[in-house]
Design a protein around this ligand. Structure first.
Ligand code: SF4
Length: 167
């Protein structure tokens, strides 16, 4: 789906949710109280489903993909488009839709984050489905989710710009 929030605004809001010791403690507190955790996760689902078409994979790649959910690709590809994308940019599975990765590239480049798409995304851990990606991120479980192919600076580019620790 085409995200309902502009890429620039999404990048601009990222620091609000960026991992820090306070959020880490809050996430740990939530996980000790499963009922509250479920409410929190439900709220995350409602917000991200509406805004980005989130499928709740629990390991969010949005900051590295122009805030375009790669799990909305019918093949759930996390490292760029398949070979079937049409020259027009249409999806081969759903020709009425623009390829998720075309949207991702346009949004990332338009916001000055095109280089983020050069990050390598690790395979999806299916055990994390339906868990809170925010809590997982705060708890450091996304460390190395998207890594730069160069060993010079292994931090994802957005995080480097924000001055954040590697996740
Ligand atoms: S948590 Fe997963 S499914 Fe949800 S927006 Fe992020 S990448 Fe997409």
């Amino acid at each position: 789906m085409i995200p309902r929030v502009g890429a620039r605004l999404s990048y601009g809001l990222h620091p609000v949710l960026a991992a820090n010791p306070l959020y880490r403690r809050f996430g740990a507190w939530l996980e000790r109280r499963q009922r509250v955790y479920r409410w929190f996760t439900r709220a995350e689902r409602v917000a991200k489903e509406r805004l980005y078409g989130c499928r709740m994979c629990g390991q969010c790649a949005l900051p590295d993909t122009g805030y375009t959910c790669p799990m909305t690709c019918p093949k759930q590809l996390r490292n760029g488009p398949c070979g079937g994308v049409a020259a027009s940019g249409r999806c081969e599975v759903h020709p009425d839709l623009v390829c998720v990765w075309v949207t991702a590239i346009e949004r990332a480049q338009g916001a000055g984050h095109g280089a983020d798409l050069g990050l390598l995304q690790r395979p999806v851990d299916h055990r994390a489905w339906d868990s809170s990606s925010w809590v997982n991120y705060w708890q450091g479980r996304d460390d190395g989710l998207g890594v730069a192919p160069s060993a010079d600076d292994p931090r994802p580019l957005l995080r480097r710009e924000l001055g954040l620790s590697p996740r």
